[in-house]
Design a protein around this ligand. Structure first.
Ligand code: PEP
Length: 255
């Protein structure tokens, strides 16, 4: 099955809404028409920027879509400071990252919480970009496949095959995020292929073939080509390099 590559820019906690407008305009104008239909490009700004990004992309035939970096596991209620799936759906979010390693580390998000958030996204018609990946000590001990596939299984617990079909998994080794140390294509392919075969074992070949598995961790225009050439790497989740309009556009064009 041919999977359309996805390049998603995780802005993390950067850019206010005015800066967001400037960056999205830069990306939108720089992406040539010839990429329409060939690659999907998403930006994942902070919550406070989403409305501004929406007004720029609404009603246009832009190949840019947008989403959020997190959502609440709850639908509504007394959860001060949280943002719900229905709120993000109302803002037209296509994607939401769930289980990013920074959420797991700094906000103590367990596999159970990640599972609830994945379900909340699916329930509200937003495609989760499920982030998984091993820390350095696990990689050094050779446990990357076991660790990462266990995270995938736990995050998808209780979901039916038709809910898994079409979702996005991002393999992000923790030691590669924001460090400048990118996984080799062989390392990325090994884990991405293992994720796909785990999905095939649980939900069938057809469902697994439709899931896009991204690589994330210090991706730049200089290394995207060799990563995306891997059979089971269907795009990238990009942090730092997504804040530079020129670099991000170059990277998307190379996908
Ligand atoms: C990320 O935050 O998901 C990420 C991959 O960051 P960076 O590209 O900066 O390593």
């Amino acid at each position: 099955m041919a999977r359309k590559p996805l390049i998603a820019g995780n802005w993390k906690m950067n850019l206010n809404h005015l800066e967001a407008i400037a960056l999205v305009q830069k990306i939108a104008f720089a992406l040539p028409d010839k990429y329409y239909g060939k690659v999907e490009v998403a930006v994942l700004p902070p919550f406070t920027d989403i409305r501004s990004v929406q007004t720029l992309t609404d009603g246009d035939k832009m190949l840019l879509v947008y989403g959020a970096q997190d959502l609440s596991a709850h639908e509504s209620g007394a959860y001060t400071g949280e943002v719900s799936g229905p709120m993000l759906a109302k803002l037209g979010c296509t994607y939401v990252t769930v289980g990013h390693s920074e959420r797991r580390e700094y906000h103590a998000e367990t596999d159970e919480v990640v599972n609830k958030k994945v379900r909340a996204a699916v329930k509200n018609g937003i495609t989760p970009i499920l982030c998984v990946g091993e820390p350095l000590e696990v990689r050094e001990a050779g446990g990357q496949i076991e660790h990462t596939t266990a995270q995938v299984v736990a995050a998808l617990k209780g979901l039916k095959a038709d809910q898994v079909a079409g979702l996005v998994v991002a393999y992000e080794p923790v030691w590669a995020i924001g460090t400048g140390r990118v996984a080799t294509p062989a390392d990325a392919e090994e884990v991405c292929a293992a994720i796909r075969s785990t999905l095939a074992g649980k939900y069938g070949d057809e469902v697994a073939a439709g899931v896009r598995v991204l690589y994330g961790g210090s991706v730049k225009s200089g290394n995207i080509g060799e990563l995306i050439a891997c059979e089971n790497v269907d795009g990238a989740l990009v942090g730092g390099a997504s804040l530079d309009g020129e670099e991000f556009t170059k990277l998307c064009a190379l996908a």
